[in-house]
Design a protein around this ligand. Structure first.
Ligand code: SF4
Length: 93
């Protein structure tokens, strides 16, 4: 299984966000589609040469969730009510 990549994140005040890209190797999503790795602090973390991926997803209501992992090829993260949410989330049909 390939790790789902984060192609864009609009949460620019996150310590791992540089230029609308996530720079930590793996985030955890859920249990309600939110990015649980989000952190707001002074300074920046992560690595310039890393494009983030989804290490785990706890939202089992999403159609892309398989065994608590994300099987979407890529996701986007946006801002919802001042917290970061996975915008690729789709309710299971
Ligand atoms: S995906 Fe999560 S950890 Fe990565 S930059 Fe966005 S809010 Fe931060």
């Amino acid at each position: 299984m390939e790790m789902s990549r984060i192609i864009n994140c609009n949460m620019i005040n996150c310590v791992y966000n540089k230029g609308n890209c996530c720079r930590t190797p793996a985030i955890t999503v859920g249990p309600h589609a939110e990015c649980n790795t989000y952190s707001h602090a002074s300074g920046k973390g992560g690595f310039e040469d890393v494009t983030g991926g989804v290490g785990a997803c706890l939202d089992t209501t999403c159609m892309f969730n398989e065994k608590l992992e994300c099987n979407a090829s890529a996701i986007c993260v946006g801002i919802h009510d001042r917290h970061p949410d996975c915008e690729t989330y789709q309710l299971k049909g």
